[in-house]
Structures are given as structure tokens and as C-alpha cells.
Design a protein around this ligand. Structure first.
Ligand SMILES: [Zn+2]
Ligand SMILES: [Zn+2]
Length: 458
């Protein structure tokens, strides 16, 4: 089996991986880098050289996994594209939103390559996707695998518990099994149920490492963390300010709304206005529409109706005042310049009455990552086109990750005990901790941190 890491660095960037299994040439995911621009936002597709892909398999619809799919499809018009139907619905919303963002960036930063694809291409791409249910073996030509299909390569999606529609992908060849975790969460979240991953023999595991450099604090529980968040919101309102929570439009927004719903039901919090972004509201609609069809917790909860958030968009954010006693759960999660959370943050960080709460992953070099590490009184420039500001607001961090703890990743690897483990989707320190720990815990296994762009024989 051949493997090429198509990310440009060891990082959580534009995730994409090439696999050659028997005679099948496949790519797993086709992400867009959350921070880089232009060519650097794309995976290193040049490393594919003139290989003709048979199939492209998508783990889920976060930007860093699906964001450049129309570009890859343009380069590989004959490759079949597979994902779960929920990922397809969300992915389509995300890609159209991305065209709008890139069109704006073309003017703002003079990115002449942008948009990398058009609305028409995003639409045509959607028409060509094949949607697959969880836990069904499918051949790379899109047929349901029959018992006599022993010597063809098949794939199967397993619920990854990360966000709606997220899946780990099992590939079975004549001689071996390869499992790609995608982004996974092995614990229940407020809406998402824990991953439902295979427990059979796996020869090669391609594993995400997002939280590899963070030990779970002793005594941490999700229930305890939820209570801490509810109390922090009450405190923030007492200071006479509002709360800004930068969140991903997909996943964290819906988990947060569900938490608020629970807090109200348990009388931990009263009623107060909540604001979310336009993209987030579309994705929340998808969660609501699919509530009873998907494997999840709170299957009857209709977030848009019962939590009833107000919606802000690129036009209305300009006039939206930071009002006391309100929560603004706005994307992007990393506070990328020009996004709602970045624009709103610049309105609140100089005021000691206001609060910013961090509830998930943010790249350390992103505006959200930088703000989190800034102490009161220090200056920060959240947008390169805007003046620096002195941070005076209250800040607090919570742990509601949609990614598996490093302890649970190690436990899964030990339970399955693959022959080889390929470590992806992590910053260098995270990958290194996972590599060193797995080398000790699974001495018989080969642990590989794949260098970008290099073809490996597995
Ligand atoms: Zn993800
Ligand atoms: Zn990811």
C-alpha cells in the first residue's frame, strides 16, 4: 500500500491523504487551510503527479476536510466522490459560503486566484456526490459490496461522533484493512453520541492527533464543565457586560445551543437573547431537520425553535451593539479576520465589563489562539488591517472539544493493536507526544509521522 501525506506541513491544515490500495487510487478528504491563502490554502495536489484517482472519500464537512473538494474534482473529473448524506448536505452549504468568503477576499487582500471555485462548480460538484449510509460496505464504483466481492477494494463509514455526518472510513483490500479515523470523539457531547467505531482487526490505522499535546485535567467531566460555563455566564451578566463565544458554525454552535437549552430546563439559567451567525443558522437547520434520523442525543430537540437564537450576518454585524446580558456565539471559531466573531471581538475586548469565552480548539497562531494567551493590559491586533487594541475584557477557557482526548485515542489504538499507525491532523508537538506514547504502549507496532509530500510504502 502506498501513502502520501498531502498536507503541506505537519499541522491541522488542508487535510488530504493519498492512498493506493491494490489497484485503487484514492484520496481521503480535500480540505482548505483555515489560515493560509491562495495556493497555500490547498493541499499539495502536485504530489499526486499524473495519478488518476478512482475515488475521493470524505470523512466530514468541516472546511479543513472538504473545503477544496471542487478543486480536486476539477483536476480528477473521473473520480467518484463518496460521503455520508448529512456531510453532503452540510458540505454543500459550506462550499457555497466559502465561494462568498473567497470572492470578498479577492477584493480585500487582492487574492487573484480567488475564488478557487464558483457557485456553479459547487452546485455541479454536489450533483456528482454519492451518499452512503453508515456501516455498509461499498465498492469504489459505488455498488453495495456483495459476498463475492472479496477481491475488490471496499469502504465503509463508521459514525465518528465528532459532528453531524462525521465518519471514520474503513478500507478493505484483498490482503489488509486500513482504517482512517477522520476527526473523532470517543465521548458523548451534548448532542453528538460517542463514536461507534469498528472493533475488528485493523492492519493500518490512520489516526488524528488534535489533542495530542493536551493532557485531560484531573477530575474533568463534561457535566462539571457545563456547570462551570453556566455559572460563568451568570457572573458575566453580573459584571454588566455581554459574552462573546467564538464557535465553529458546524458542531460547536449546535452543541452550545443544546447546552443552553439544558441549562434553562434545569433552571440554571433564565431567558436571555442569544445571537448566532447566518451560516451557523443554516447548519443548525440541518441538525434540526435530521434530528430524528440520526444517531444522536436529544433527538426531539429542535434548536432553532426551542432555543430561538437571533441571527446576525455580514450586513447586520456592522450595527450590532454589544449589549449587556446577551450571548453572542459567533463563527469563526478561530476568529479569522473579517468573520463575525473577529468583528465582534474588536467591539468587546477593550471593555472590562464584557467577556470572551473559549470553548474549543483554536490554532495557537489564529486570532482566537493569540487572544486566549493575551493577559489583561496587553495589546493585540485581531485584524491586520485594524489598529492594535488593549485587552481589558474578562476571558475564560472551557474544554468542550469535539475531538477525542489523547488518552482515549491511545486506548482505542491499544484495543485494536494495528500493525502500523500513521499519525495525522495534529500540530508537531501533538504528533510527537502520540508517536512517543504509542511507541511505548504498542512496542510491536510501527508508528509513523508521515512527512508531507513523501510517498511511503506501508
Ligand atoms: Zn472536524
Ligand atoms: Zn479537522
Amino acid at each position: 500500500m502506498k501513502f502520501i501525506n498531502l498536507t503541506r506541513q505537519t499541522e491541522i491544515g488542508a487535510n488530504s491523504y493519498y492512498l493506493e490500495v491494490d489497484d485503487q487510487k484514492l484520496v481521503l478528504d480535500s480540505g482548505m487551510h483555515p489560515k493560509n491563502e491562495g495556493d497555500d490554502a490547498l493541499p499539495n495536489f502536485k504530489a499526486l503527479a499524473d495519478r488518476k484517482l478512482d475515488a475521493i472519500l470524505l470523512s466530514h464537512a468541516h472546511q479543513d476536510h472538504i473545503g477544496t473538494l471542487p478543486v480536486l474534482m476539477r483536476r480528477q473529473p473521473d473520480a467518484r466522490v463518496f460521503m455520508t448524506d448529512a456531510a453532503g448536505e452540510i458540505g454543500s452549504i459550506l462550499l457555497h459560503n466559502s465561494v462568498n468568503v473567497m470572492t470578498r477576499q479577492r477584493e480585500e487582500i487582492g487574492a487573484t486566484l480567488y475564488p478557487l471555485f464558483t457557485h456553479r462548480e459547487a452546485e455541479r460538484a454536489f450533483d456528482q456526490w454519492h451518499f452512503c449510509p453508515m456501516r455498509q460496505r461499498i465498492t469504489t464504483s459505488g455498488e453495495r459490496a456483495r459476498p463475492q466481492d472479496q477481491d475488490v477494494v471496499t469502504f465503509e463509514f463508521f459514525d465518528a461522533g465528532h459532528v453531524l455526518g462525521s465518519a471514520g472510513i474503513m478500507l478493505r483490500s484483498r490482503t489488509q484493512t486500513i482504517f482512517y479515523t477522520g476527526d473523532v470523539q470517543f465521548d458523548d457531547q451534548t448532542i453528538m453520541q460517542a463514536a461507534d467505531f469498528p472493533e475488528e482487526k485493523i492492519d493500518i490505522m490512520i489516526m488524528e492527533c488534535t489533542r495530542g499535546d493536551h493532557a485531560t485535567p484531573p477530575g474533568w467531566t463534561r457535566a462539571g464543565e457545563e456547570r462551570r460555563l453556566a455559572e460563568a455566564i451568570i457572573e458575566a451578566f453580573r459584571r454588566g457586560g455581554c459574552v462573546l463565544i467564538p464557535v465553529f458554525a458546524l458542531g460547536k454552535t449546535q452543541e452550545f445551543l443544546a447546552m443552553i437549552h439544558q441549562f434553562r430546563r434545569e433552571n440554571l439559567l433564565g431567558d436571555f437573547p442569544i445571537y448566532i451567525g447566518g451560516l451557523s443558522s443554516k447548519m443548525t437547520d440541518t441538525y434540526d431537520r435530521r434530528a430524528s434520523m440520526t444517531r444522536r442525543r436529544l433527538p426531539r430537540l429542535q434548536l432553532m425553535q426551542e432555543v430561538a437564537p437571533f441571527i446576525l450576518n455580514g450586513q447586520t454585524i456592522g450595527d450590532a451593539p454589544a449589549r449587556a446580558g446577551r450571548v453572542y456565539a459567533l463563527s469563526s471559531g478561530m476568529m479569522t479576520p473579517k468573520t463575525l466573531s473577529n468583528i465582534f471581538a474588536r467591539r468587546v475586548i477593550e471593555d472590562p465589563r464584557h467577556s470572551v469565552f473559549f470553548v474549543g480548539y483554536a490554532d495557537p497562531a489564529s486570532p482566537a489562539g493569540l487572544l486566549r494567551e493575551t493577559s489583561a493590559g496587553q495589546e493585540i491586533k485581531l485584524d491586520p488591517d485594524q489598529p492594535a487594541q488593549r485587552v481589558q475584557c474578562h476571558m475564560q477557557a472551557f474544554q468542550f472539544s469535539a475531538h477525542a482526548t489523547r488518552e482515549s485515542l491511545i486506548a482505542y489504538a491499544k484495543k485494536i493493536s494495528p500493525r502500523k499507525i500513521v499519525l495525522v491532523h495534529g500540530d508537531p508537538q501533538a504528533v510527537e507526544w502520540m508517536r512517543a506514547t504509542l511507541a511505548t504502549e504498542l512496542p510491536g507496532a510501527e508508528i509513523i509521522a508521515p512527512p508531507p509530500g513523501v510517498e511511503l510504502e506501508l
